[in-house]
Design a protein around this ligand. Structure first.
Ligand SMILES: [Zn+2]
Length: 851
């Protein structure tokens, strides 16, 4: 399907102004298709000119322009030609559309728990024409009147307040002007919790089978919603303009959530049906606040073209963390930002696909999607924090307010945003934005200590018996060393702080602006040589932190003593970077985990570090033959924490999950799977049991029939997805063949089903078992572009990429990348997965040369 180009969009918005849309959807035509009737009124600046409207229909019934029927046939490339426009036009298009199964367009899913069907629209980025005929570009905004026919037992939620007009007949209130990709309709037997805040009607909705979790979690979701409304009203100085505010927790959602004005769609795993750790609740609160901030930045003001999409996301990423810290109990949101979000962004920055935060030419709509990654979110947010350090918070807020007020209900650009900040601050941002926004790459920061010669080395030795007679070594001078990446040189100024500890006692902390290659740190002069010196200790900037080998060697002892969780998160992020760049051995990383992890008190660090160790460091960087022993070390660590942690605490839950995933104690696993002797708080926790069953399955201790038995006991969407994950992990050729065929064949599998099959697939005790599918990956998965949407398929590529880390896989990967028939999303995902393979190989060559 042809993707809209920037020049086409410019030309069309120069020609056309859309006055209004009226969209009638008929969702009562069975599980495959729905009816769509669109009436669009628009004006044309050059009467007589030709244009087109976007329409991706299964079947076009009729199209009438100004009372005259148009030749419809099958629109070519999703475009219906509109010849000879008049000054004022009315176009009526009737069509039959197909529901999607890949989370793009109008997605329809059946809940196995009760057989009920649920529908939701996810029209980002260019799926709107698969639901209604439209001029699908972000700068042709218009108000909408939507009516929906549904089965009588269903209800409807959408951008405008919903009214039931009769049995199965609903209408939504006329909206404010919306960009096409923000239009959504959610329909089905959804259950709801309703509330109100500051005159704004609120609703939280979910599938009927999730009524229990919905009612349990709605109070906290609504509390975060209320606090975020108050915070953003105060900060932006503009009242929320979209009427009611609904959050619909929907099945099989590709992203975390989507900021449709008045009707945010959210992945329904956020309605935790079992126990949840504190950081899981924090992550959900972060999403709630993120989407709410988009109501102003993104929705009220929309980027003119997709190449400024990053600004929406960087802004929302920054604002949600700020709001959580300032207005909720999640005052450690930035710690989560470091260990959950920046680690993601740093991986994107290491990949050859890295790109500047802004200014990347998006020549067509689909290519914009390729840069919608950890750079857009995490790096962009860090850049905004640096911008605030550069111009001051008051000027930043004043600039944001002016930008929103000047462009409300319309569109804005990066240039307009920066101009507003420049005007408010009186600061020229040309050089700053060139270095931070328009240049890719990140600097590496480290600290050089010049210590007093003739004295002892660093501290702990000086505290040891017999060493007391010698005076402690002291720092003579200290310097922050900044190395710019060779490929992307720039003079990025960094507002950072540097802190130093010995035995958990903070010896120094200094705020500096790092500019050139060497920035002196006078605050450290004269200080006894510390055990740990950390640049960017408060994580204000975007930089690689390089820890010396001596420092890494001291971390098992020193890291747990550092009292500041933000600094610990920076250390963990630096370690993970070091593992990926083959500077820190996986063995050293696991050594820090076994020593420091059980003593960790921050929930985000606890959960994320366990997940990185189990699902990233071990499978990617440790040869298969050595993995059981390393998993055993994690299991022992987890067991000791489980024994000491308070029952039902986040620590206990994190430890139980790690133990369930890594233990080789068959008796324990079988007991837990059968519901015997479970840790407190995990009784009747279906999701926890699936972690146990997956471990049994990947060890070959349970077969497909056994897995289906557990699915029968958990006959829900989560249950069926987890059963697929477990079955794909059974280490036998026939089980792998079945899973591969289910994944890559045309079985109408949903996006989530494909993700679960792919995620479980590469678990195996030895590489030889998996070798046949290495070759097949490179032919079978790219071919799925014939029936799977780009957004969904890019996730499948990432999850299904061969985890057989050999030169043979690398050669096949290179050959695949040389092909010319890959779709843009498949290629982009392959580049990133190939780079992860390169990182794994590089580390294995250095630290495990025999394999
Ligand atoms: Zn967002």
């Amino acid at each position: 399907m042809r993707s809209l180009t920037l020049s086409e969009a410019r030309e069309r918005s120069g020609l056309i102004t859309v006055t209004s849309y009226a969209v009638e959807l008929d969702l009562d035509r069975g599980p495959e298709v729905f009816g769509s009737r669109t009436t669009v009124r628009f004006t044309c600046r050059q009467p007589g000119a030709d244009s087109w409207i976007d329409l991706k229909a299964r079947d076009v019934t009729s199209a009438v322009l100004g009372g005259e029927p148009l030749e419809v046939g099958t629109p070519v490339d999703g475009r219906l030609a509109l010849p000879g426009l008049r000054e004022d036009n009315e176009l009526v298009v009737e069509a039959t559309m197909a529901y999607s199964r890949d989370g793009q367009g109008l997605h329809r899913a059946t809940d196995p728990a009760d057989g009920e069907d649920y529908v939701y629209g996810h029209l980002f980025l260019d799926a709107a024409p698969s639901v209604y005929a439209c001029f699908d570009q972000p700068d042709l905004k218009a108000p909408y009147d939507v009516t929906v026919r549904v089965p009588e037992s269903w209800s409807v939620i959408g951008n405008g307040a919903a009214t039931q007009d009769g049995p199965g007949q609903w209408s939504l209130a006329t909206t404010r002007p919306l960009a096409t990709y923000f239009v959504t309709v959610c329909a089905g037997p959804y259950v709801s919790v309703r509330a109100e805040h500051d005159g704004i009607p609120l609703g939280v909705h979910a599938r009927a089978s999730l009524r229990g979790p919905l009612e349990r979690h709605a109070p906290e979701i609504l509390d975060t919603t209320r606090r975020s409304f108050d915070y953003f009203h105060d900060l932006f100085g503009i009242r929320y303009p979209f009427g009611e505010y609904h959050q619909v927790f929907v099945p099989e959602f590709n992203a975390g959530a989507m900021e449709n004005p008045g009707c945010v769609t959210v992945r329904d795993q956020y309605l935790f049906r079992g126990a949840a750790t504190r950081d899981e609740l924090l992550g959900r609160a972060n999403t709630v606040s993120h989407e709410l901030s988009h109501m102003w930045f993104g929705d009220l003001v929309t980027m003119r073209w997709w190449d400024d999409l990053w600004l929406n996301e960087s802004f929302a990423e920054y604002m949600s963390h700020r709001c959580l810290v300032d207005a909720t109990g999640y005052t450690d949101a930035w710690v989560d930002g470091t260990i959950a979000r920046k680690v993601w962004g740093y991986a994107a920055e290491r990949s050859p696909s890295t790109h500047p935060v802004a200014g990347v030419a998006a020549l067509d709509a689909q290519s914009a999607l390729q840069n919608f990654d950890g750079i857009s979110y995490a790096k962009g947010s860090a850049a905004l924090r640096q911008l605030i350090a550069y111009v001051g918070d008051a000027a930043f807020v004043a600039g944001v307010r002016a930008y929103l007020a000047d462009t409300a209900y319309g569109n804005g650009t990066l240039a307009e945003f920066l101009a507003a900040i420049e005007k408010a601050s009186g600061t020229d941002l040309e050089a700053w934005s060139q270095a931070w926004l328009l240049t890719a790459g990140r600097d590496t920061l480290s600290v050089d200590l010049d210590t007093d010669p003739g004295r002892d080395d660093w501290g702990p030795g000086g505290d040891a018996p017999g060493a007391a007679t010698r005076p402690p070594a002291v720092v003579r001078s200290a310097t922050v060393v900044r190395e710019a990446p060779r490929d992307f040189p720039a003079d990025r100024p960094h507002a950072v702080d540097v802190a130093a500890w010995t035995g958990g006692v903070e010896r120094a902390r200094a705020r500096v602006t790092v500019t050139g290659p060497a920035t002196p740190l006078p605050a450290l002069a004269g200080v006894p040589v510390p055990a740990l010196v950390l640049p960017n200790a408060s994580d204000l900037t975007w930089a690689r932190v390089r820890l010396s080998a001596e420092t890494v060697a001291l971390l098992p002892e020193q890291l747990p003593l550092v009292p500041d969780p933000q600094a610990r998160a920076v250390v963990w992020a630096a370690l993970l970077d070091g593992v990926s760049t083959a500077e820190v051995s996986p063995d050293a990383f696991v050594g820090v985990v076994t020593a420091a992890w059980p003593r960790e008190t921050n929930s985000s660090i606890l959960t994320r570090v366990a997940a990185y160790a189990e699902h990233r460091v071990i499978p990617f960087f440790v040869p298969r033959a050595e993995q059981p022993a390393v998993r055993g070390r994690l299991a022992t660590t987890a067991r000791s924490l489980l024994e000491s942690a308070a029952a039902g605490s986040t620590e206990s839950l994190a430890a139980a999950r790690l133990l369930a995933g890594t233990s080789d104690d068959e008796a324990l696993l079988r007991d837990w799977a059968a519901g015997r002797g479970l840790p407190a708080g995990l009784e009747d926790d279906g999701d926890f049991r699936w972690i146990v069953v997956r471990n049994l399955a990947t060890r070959g201790l349970i077969d497909a029939e056994g897995i289906e038995g557990y699915r029968d006991q958990d006959d829900t969407l989560q249950g069926s997805l987890n059963a697929l994950l477990c079955r794909a992990g059974i280490p036998r050729p026939e089980a792998k063949e079945w899973a591969w065929e289910q994944l890559t064949g045309r079985h109408g599998r949903s996006n989530y089903e494909m993700n679960h099959l792919a995620r479980g697939f590469w678990a195996a005790p030895y590489d030889e078992l998996m070798q046949p599918w290495v070759e097949r990956f490179f032919t079978d998965v790219p071919a799925m572009a014939g029936w799977v949407g780009e957004d969904a398929l890019s996730r499948v590529v990432a999850l299904a990429f061969p985890q057989v880390f050999t030169e043979d896989t690398a050669r096949r990967s290179r050959e695949a990348l040389a092909r010319s028939d890959l779709t843009p999303a498949v290629r982009r995902s392959l580049v990133d997965a190939d780079w992860e393979l390169q990182e794994a190989l590089q580390s294995r060559h250095r630290f495990h040369p025999v394999s």
